[in-house]
Design a protein around this ligand. Structure first.
Ligand code: T46
Length: 139
């Protein structure tokens, strides 16, 4: 059975020189650390807590969602399963690689949602109506 989402551990290293509280650095590379070639990066900022976005699925697009700052809850649903996932760790990415309905809820003000995507923006790849999504996945 396919998984609703996959967790990708993003390589994260502390400051090796100073070994103090001067932060950490996270990185991933196309095709090596994530299973697609990145064609687009986008990020969502300046969102107030309790705001919701998303409410759509993609037909073909693969994406890695991660939260470098703050706390964001995802609601994910496919033909087999539905789950809530908390994004609150910059070293964790959520890979969505098939048709998954997604809703995002900001838990903390100004949390940042970043996304690496397998393709250029194409509105035709979106399914923005929930009933159309259910028909598309045969639910
Ligand atoms: C997704 C979730 C996690 C563009 O013109 N180019 C782009 O690359 C993107 C991503 C969006 N747009 C336009 C389309 C809309 O007119 O920006 C506007 C806002 O997009 P949308 O309402 O789809 O934003 P979200 O936050 O609901 O969804 C976004 C992504 O669109 C979507 O692919 O999976 O984040």
């Amino acid at each position: 059975m396919k998984e609703l989402y996959k967790i990708i551990k993003i390589k994260t290293i502390g400051n090796l020189v100073t070994k103090d509280l001067s932060g950490q650095l996270s990185f991933f590379e196309s095709d090596k650390d994530i299973p697609f070639n990145i064609k687009r990066i986008y990020y969502i900022t300046k969102v107030q807590a309790n705001s919701k976005r998303g409410y759509h699925a993609h037909k073909k697009l693969k994406q890695l969602l991660f939260c470098p700052y703050g706390k964001i809850e995802l609601y994910l649903e496919d033909d087999c399963d539905s789950q809530k996932v908390l994004l609150d760790d910059p070293s964790i990415g959520i890979l969505l690689d098939h048709t998954v309905w997604r809703e995002m809820r900001w838990i903390e003000d100004n949390s940042v949602l970043m996304v690496a995507a397998s393709d250029y923006y194409d509105e035709n790849d979106y399914i923005r109506d929930y009933d159309d999504f259910r028909k598309y996945i045969g639910k």
